[in-house]
Design a protein around this ligand. Structure first.
Ligand SMILES: *[C@@H]1O[C@H](CO)[C@@H](O)[C@H](O)[C@H]1NC(C)=O
Ligand SMILES: *[C@@H]1O[C@H](CO)[C@@H](O)[C@H](O)[C@H]1NC(C)=O
Ligand SMILES: *[C@@H]1O[C@H](CO)[C@@H](O)[C@H](O)[C@H]1NC(C)=O
Ligand SMILES: *[C@@H]1O[C@H](CO)[C@@H](O)[C@H](O)[C@H]1NC(C)=O
Length: 222
């Protein structure tokens, strides 16, 4: 403490003001630069869709219409209806503060995107794309997930038991897919679930409504 006082006292006050003002700005702009370069790389991997023409190196990503920043860090990406035909690259999770990812209404092919490293993700909207294959068995790595909409794709297989470990989930829409397996009893563990929809899945194995659904005390919409 004493040493720090001495240090501050021997810096001329104008210089001290300069340091105090510019240091935080410098850190902020470095973060924004790093996140812009991640997003520009993402744009490239998405095949440079014309719908993302405002993503360029001379503007701040926080000013791009598809991006929302909170305290100068990217927290939301909304690519709804942007005619995207490429897979979502795993590098999107280099945006460490990403909480909302909406890629609804595109033509994205392939399996469930490789985004389980996006550890702060809360809202994931994949509806109306060309996704196929299973929901990952380790989807619970998205431990903060609150909202998951997979409507109108061709996902198949079982609903994995790991879904039951997404304790924050309040919205789960699995409508219109090709699920041809079973429901895990762990669904009953989703104590925060308020809306659950699974219509238009005519390949599910016929079964009784799982009695575990009775544990979903907050459910308002089924
Ligand atoms: C970069 O994008 C901004 C909008 O984000 C636009 O106003 C500007 O003209 C673009 N600059 C170039 C060089 O394309
Ligand atoms: C993420 O947000 C935290 C808290 O707002 C901030 O300190 C950190 O620098 C952000 N990370 C990046 C990569 O911008
Ligand atoms: C996810 O994160 C782990 C640990 O940081 C890393 O080893 C792995 O390569 C990452 N996976 C992807 C697909 O980026
Ligand atoms: C999804 O499956 C349906 C029925 O099997 C098929 O008609 C449709 O072409 C598939 N769509 C995609 C995008 O794979």
């Amino acid at each position: 403490m004493i040493k720090l006082h001495v240090f501050i006292l021997i810096i001329p006050p104008p210089l001290l003001c300069f340091l105090l003002i510019t240091l935080p700005l410098h850190v902020i702009s470095q973060n924004v630069d790093a996140e812009r370069s991640i997003l520009l790389h993402l744009k490239q991997q998405l095949g440079n869709p014309p719908s993302l023409q405002s993503w360029n190196s001379s503007s701040s990503p926080c000013d791009w219409p598809e991006i929302t920043c909170t305290h100068n860090t990217v927290t939301k990406i909304s690519l709804n209806g942007k005619s995207i035909t490429h897979k979502i690259p795993a590098r999107i999770c280099d945006l460490k503060n990403l909480t909302v990812l909406d890629v609804s209404n595109n033509y994205i092919p392939g399996e469930f995107p490789d985004i389980l490293n996006c550890s702060k993700l809360e809202y994931l909207l994949l509806l109306q794309n060309y996704f196929v294959g299973p929901i990952p068995a380790d989807i619970d790595r998205l431990s903060r997930l609150r909202y998951l909409d997979l409507t109108a794709n061709n996902f198949s297989g079982d609903i994995p038991p790991a879904i039951g470990r997404l304790r924050e989930l309040f919205y789960l829409f699995l409508v219109q897919n090709e699920f041809n397996g079973t429901w895990p009893t762990e669904i009953g563990n989703l104590e925060n679930l308020e809306q659950l929809a699974m219509t238009y899945n005519d390949k599910f194995r016929p079964s009784a409504l799982p009695k575990e659904f009775g544990a979903l005390k907050k459910l308002k919409y089924l």
